[in-house]
Design a protein around this ligand. Structure first.
Ligand code: ZN
Length: 122
């Protein structure tokens, strides 16, 4: 499953960040997901629920930010949001547009919880 390997990579990355920041645990993991990423949010969520408990970030919550599809017109260079996959420039009506946002699946941010002893030491 495509989503499972993405989530596995994500968990590795987050575990590394946790170690790097000497945190106690991860509270939330926020990812950005575009409609053209080929990644299904529901499958990501279920893969996460399956894989996270066996990882160092067990107990973390996954927040999926679905990003809108964005495009740029090659004719008048306006940047616009694509509604319902209608690739037409709202300004000049051209269909010569280029997708500039919406194909991403990436880690946006994580919230790390530091234990009290750690904070006292700093
Ligand atoms: Zn245009």
């Amino acid at each position: 499953m495509h989503e499972a390997s993405l989530v596995r990579t994500l968990l590795h990355k987050v575990s590394d960040l946790l170690t790097e920041h000497q945190g106690d645990c991860v509270e939330t993991i926020t990812v950005e997901l575009g409609p053209l990423s080929g990644v299904e949010p529901l499958l990501v969520q279920s893969a996460f629920e399956q894989l996270a408990p066996q990882s160092p970030v067990a107990g973390a919550q996954l927040v999926i930010n679905e990003v809108a599809l964005g495009a740029k017109c090659r004719q008048c260079h306006v940047d616009f949001e694509v509604q319902r996959f209608k690739f037409l420039c709202p300004t000049c009506g051209s269909n010569d547009v280029q997708v500039v946002r919406g194909d991403e699946f990436r880690l946006l941010s994580i919230t790390i919880k530091q234990s009290l002893t750690d904070q006292a030491r700093v």
